[in-house]
Design a protein around this ligand. Structure first.
Ligand code: GLC
Length: 615
């Protein structure tokens, strides 16, 4: 037995205490999100469980092999039954799909692959009827190269108003043959592409344009007033239709440093490197890399997190405030440390930011505790609630990450030739991590399929891969396709029920193992991951954990591998160590992470429970 958990008693409200107390481990720490206190009320999003729908892979109603908006409408009863509060839908706009829809050609219409605007309106109304709110994705950093503006920019010469909407520059070198600076694309390779026209009119030959991502995703120029006005008009278009909020893609990237100075670093979304040998589930004190949340601020790249982005969000906040119903903005900003990220959710800016530090903390009690503490403290310092997330469409699904030899690593995709995960160990840890996450105050983001315990597809063929990052890195990054595989709804049907029986093959092949995870194999089955999620979400709502206050338990001793806190009446205990631990006898278990979680009054390794005081 490595330790004994003791409840710390009821949570008295208190002031925010400094980070690091759980690492010290001996005293209970109170961290109160100040949001409700400062506003006197909690808008829906501050405690919501928000389910990410990746529409290409959710449900295919029209049978073209790709999911669609009608598929979302059809599955709303499933989502209601799951117990979520809102959905965030990844892009469904008109797009050539060079980056799975994050390359938008028309921001005001639905791509025919996904349906029509009428399908959208019907989906929105049906969701609202069920009390499910709808957040859509806005991609303001770049458009598709098929967007009318970019076509105009190509046709108009250098110096034209059409070119000024994008980041065109003359090249360096005698004939402009060198890119304007040395920036690298997040997807690999140079962040600049030179136009092909032999004579583009510029003194030094064809100009170059900037793209932080794929060459088919040219970056907009956010110093251009027309760009700013257009994006506000797009916000209004969807607000008028009734959406409840926007997830802002690459929110930290819109404004670049003046003069576009050279920068030797590699821009990245996920810092995928493993944290070396110590990064096992054995806690290793100060040497453990703390999920990228370093004490010292890392040097900021000239592409990201520039001061100018905040003006944009202040303006958008005002636009949203004109509409009734607590419309919201959530930032996708890969920014560290937590205090820096908190600047995006200051009063009058965005409402939430994804907490990627928590996602990157891996299966490691100290890193998780530190991330939780720092996130709550930083968010509370600006009067905002915190958010939590374990998986999304850009990262390896967490059951797979946690099944790797280094369960704190976040590789940029996994292929057949790479280490394969321990599937059952990963799932056990994933379910325990879910209990940790859902017990935390604030709002939580779920990624479609995690409620089924879906693993990553780790053996996709080269020919099936579609992620531009795979191609731009020459396959070095396996890419994000493995977490985007169409969902299995029915183990007996073709394509596991992703589409109708006569549907085209799903756009990405599903692994055979998906049959075991299909909804029909889990629905109503005690102990299944789906029933586990339903139960956890219902307890979360019943005990109002979203609005609660976190109090660290003394069981968080450095090196113990135990993560434990109370939130209201609920005591959460997670065992990230390799030994069983005792559970407090004065408490009873209300939910455990899996069938093997408990051994009498002991909590097994790789497991978690929620407990309440025995009455
Ligand atoms: C965001 C999206 C990602 C996309 C990128 C470029 O990070 O989540 O999927 O590839 O932006 O738009």
């Amino acid at each position: 037995m490595s330790s004994t958990s003791k409840n710390t008693g009821g949570p008295a409200r208190g002031s925010v205490t400094g980070a690091g107390s759980p690492a010290g481990g001996n005293s209970a720490v109170q961290v109160e999100p100040a949001f409700a206190a400062s506003t006197g009320r909690s808008p829906w999003w501050s405690t919501a469980v928000i389910y990410q729908i990746y529409p290409r892979s959710f449900s295919d109603a029209d049978g073209n092999g790709m999911g669609d908006l009608k598929g979302v409408t059809d599955r709303l009863p499933y989502l209601s039954r799951l117990g979520i509060d809102a959905v965030w839908i990844s892009p469904f706009y008109v797009s050539p799909q060079a980056d799975a829809g994050y390359d938008v050609a028309d921001y005001r219409d639905v791509d025919p692959r996904f349906g029509t605007l009428t399908d959208f309106d019907q989906m929105l109304a049906a969701a609202h009827e069920r009390g499910i709110r709808v957040i859509v994705d806005l991609v303001p950093n770049h458009t598709s190269d098929q967007h009318a503006w970019f076509r105009q920019a190509l046709e108009s010469g250098p110096g034209s108003a059409a070119r000024d909407r994008y980041m065109f520059r003359d090249g360096r070198g005698e004939h402009g043959e060198l890119p304007p600076n040395n920036w690298q694309s997040v997807f690999g390779g140079p962040a600049w592409t030179r136009l092909e026209e032999a004579d583009d009119g510029a003194a030094t030959g064809p100009q170059w344009y900037l793209h932080l991502f794929d060459a088919r995703q040219p970056d907009l120029n956010w110093q251009n007033e027309e760009v700013r006005q257009e994006m506000v008009s797009i916000l209004r278009f969807w607000l008028d239709r009734g959406v409840d909020g926007f997830r802002i893609d690459v929110a930290h990237g819109l404004v670049k440093a003046e003069g576009l100075p050279d920068w030797a670093g590699q821009a990245a979304m996920v810092s995928g490197e493993s944290s070396t040998a110590e990064a096992t589930n054995v806690e290793d004190e100060e040497e453990v890399r703390m999920g990228g949340s370093a004490q010292q601020e890392p040097p900021r790249s000239p592409m990201f997190d520039q001061e100018g982005v905040h003006d944009i969000y202040r303006q958008w906040n005002e636009v949203l405030a004109e509409y009734h119903g607590d419309r919201m903005l959530v930032a996708e900003a890969w920014v560290e440390p937590a205090e820096r990220l908190a600047r995006y959710i200051r009063p009058g800016e965005m409402h939430q930011a994804f907490n990627f530090d928590f996602l990157l903390a891996g299966w490691n009690a100290r890193r998780m505790a530190k991330s939780i503490d720092e996130s709550l403290t930083a968010a509370a310092s600006v009067g905002a609630p915190s958010t939590w997330v374990l998986s999304n469409h850009d990262t390896i699904r967490h059951p797979t990450r946690f099944g790797l030899a280094d369960p704190t690593s976040v590789p940029k995709g996994i292929g057949r030739q790479d280490e394969q995960p321990d599937e059952s160990l990963g799932l056990a840890r994933a379910r325990a991590a879910t209990l940790i996450m859902l017990a935390l105050p604030g709002s939580a983001y779920l990624y479609q399929g995690e409620e089924l315990g879906l693993p990553e597809h780790t053996e996709l063929d080269h020919a099936a891969r579609q992620d531009p990052a795979y191609f731009r890195t020459g396959g070095e990054e396996r890419g994000r396709d493995g977490c985007r595989v169409p969902l299995p709804w029915n183990s007996q049907s073709a394509g596991f029920g992703f589409g109708p029986d006569d549907a085209a093959e799903p756009w990405l092949p599903q692994p055979e193992s998906f049959g075991r995870y299909a909804v029909d194999r889990q629905d109503g089955v005690p102990g299944s991951t789906l029933e586990f999620y339903r139960s956890a979400l219902s307890h979360r709502a019943r005990f109002q954990l979203g609005t609660g206050v976190l109090v660290w338990s003394p069981a968080n001793k450095p090196g113990s591998g135990v993560l434990s806190f109370t939130n209201g009446q609920v005591l959460m205990v997670a065992n990230l160590s390799t030994d069983s631990i005792d559970l407090p006898p004065e408490h009873q278990v209300i939910i455990s992470s899996g069938p093997d979680a408990l051994d009498g009054s002991h909590l097994s390794p790789n497991a978690a429970v929620w407990m309440t005081p025995r009455s």
